[in-house]
Design a protein around this ligand. Structure first.
Ligand SMILES: [Zn+2]
Ligand SMILES: [Zn+2]
Length: 113
């Protein structure tokens, strides 16, 4: 009975628990097209745009540090990591926001050749 130690593990959860670092501070979903601010926090490019367009203070929703006038680019590394870690959530969000431009995915698919 050497395999009994495995019995305690939780198995076949419907969706992986999302790491707080992988969640958008604005919509609380898995980051989609994540943008990392100089303060180190990340949010969706879509949600960052909302913050910038709101006309209020341009500040990080998490720590309230100022967002630079020139917002950072989408982090492709983070993007790929999130797709691997949370494929279901990413797909769901993708379908939810279908119609928007898919910047990163199109580009990475081209490289397959
Ligand atoms: Zn968001
Ligand atoms: Zn921040």
């Amino acid at each position: 009975m050497s395999s009994s130690s495995l019995a305690g593990q939780k198995r076949s959860e419907p969706e992986a628990e999302i790491d707080p670092d992988c969640k958008c501070a604005v919509c609380f979903e898995v980051l989609l097209d994540p943008v990392t601010l100089p303060c180190g926090h990340s949010l969706d490019q879509r949600c960052l745009q909302k913050v910038l367009d709101s006309g209020g203070q341009r500040a990080c929703p998490t720590c309230r540090k100022k967002i630079p006038a020139d917002p950072p680019a989408i982090s492709r590394v983070l993007c790929a990591m999130l797709e691997r870690s949370y494929p279901r959530q990413v797909r769901r969000l993708f379908e939810m926001h279908a119609g928007r431009t898919v910047v990163t995915r199109g580009a990475s698919l081209q490289q397959g050749q």
